[in-house]
Design a binder for this molecule. Structure first.
Ligand SMILES: Nc1ncnc2c1ncn2[C@@H]1O[C@H](COP(=O)(O)OP(=O)(O)O)[C@@H](O)[C@H]1O
Ligand SMILES: [Mg+2]
Length: 301
């Protein structure tokens, strides 16, 4: 009986997305209680305590609800591989590739997925020596939750964004600005869910619009011509497969003139009850608890 499995739930961590991880973790905690799992919640921020408690609890599966560095980038996956524990979501290699938006785009464009053009730079000097036209997107390669994403429309904003970006990371994309519809495709255990369109009231889908705005609208299924709808789901699945993802993931696109531009894949999508993947699952009649259960089942399979 799967409900007798012992689960360690990880949330918190020390990435810039710690707060979101805690929100996701608390939602999963509630679901695990309802589902009757024996579980222990741990925050890997306290390394020694975490390892000791993990080993003494000896779970059948580890549920990872960490976002960003340390949790979504292969680090914790490597620790768990080494210790011999099964875990939810993508393996080490897929996680380590997916966290880097530049490497991911370079790979998937070889598989028929369209991506916005970009140049990758490794220093402020390199960024400032480019001759760029506007608008552009300045984006830290390895962050999430729109942290380190700047949309700039003139040289002054560009310089400021470059300055800010290199405070956050040491690899930055200078990306073509795509004026398009914001779409996301959740994938659950290798099956694409329905497409969600996100409509923000003001600006772009930044941190504030993601987590705090009541004005952001979510439309599922997105109103898109059938053939194109399928193509977008297929692109999402291609990215997931090519990288070697597992379990739940979420793929972001911008749709412009009937071309879906792939932005990134999230290997640990948000799991708060307002998050996008749970919304898409709900549309299929998959409750939050069921979603959590499916993710666990896939991890132990
Ligand atoms: N090339 C682009 N053109 C226009 N808007 C973009 C572009 N890249 C990102 N954005 C906006 O920034 C948001 C966050 O970018 P994304 O690449 O998905 O990074 P993350 O979600 O990891 O912060 C997108 O959802 C979109 O609203
Ligand atoms: Mg995104």
């Amino acid at each position: 009986m799967s409900s007798k499995l012992k689960v360690v739930l990880l949330y918190g961590g020390n990435s810039s997305e710690r707060e979101i991880s805690i929100k996701s973790g608390r939602s999963v905690e509630k679901a695990l209680k309802k589902l009757g799992y024996r579980f222990l919640s741990l925050d890997p921020i306290e390394k020694e305590k975490f390892i000791k408690k993990l080993i003494s609890f000896n779970p059948d599966v580890v549920f990872i609800t960490l976002h960003g560095k340390g949790g979504e980038d292969g680090t914790i996956q490597g620790v768990l591989d080494f210790l011999g524990y099964k875990y939810t979501g993508s393996p080490l290699k897929a996680s380590a590739i997916a966290i880097d938006k530049a490497i991911t785009k370079d790979i998937v464009k070889n598989y028929g997925v369209t991506v916005p053009d970009s140049i990758t730079v490794f220093s402020k000097e390199e960024a400032l020596s480019l001759s760029v036209d506007f608008p552009k997107v300045v984006k830290v390669a390895t962050e999430g939750s729109s942290i380190g994403v700047f949309i700039v429309s003139n040289l002054e904003e560009y310089k400021k964004a470059v300055e800010e970006a290199f405070k956050i990371g040491d690899k930055v994309l200078i990306e073509e600005f795509i004026e398009g519809r914001e779409l996301t495709v959740g994938i659950l255990n290798g099956n694409p869910l329905d497409i969600i369109e996100i409509k923000v009231e003001k600006g772009f889908y930044d941190y504030k619009n993601k987590y705090f705005s009541d004005q952001t609208q979510y439309i599922c299924p997105a109103d898109i011509d059938k053939k194109l709808y399928k193509k977008i789901q297929e692109d999402a699945l291609t990215v997931y497969k090519v990288l070697g993802c597992k379990g739940a993931a979420r793929v972001d696109f911008l749709l412009k003139e009937n071309i879906p531009y792939f932005l990134e894949i999230n290997t640990i999508p948000g799991l708060t009850d307002h998050s996008l993947l749970p919304k898409a699952a709900a549309y299929r009649g998959i409750s939050f608890e069921k979603l959590v259960e499916e993710m666990i089942k896939d991890a132990v399979r």
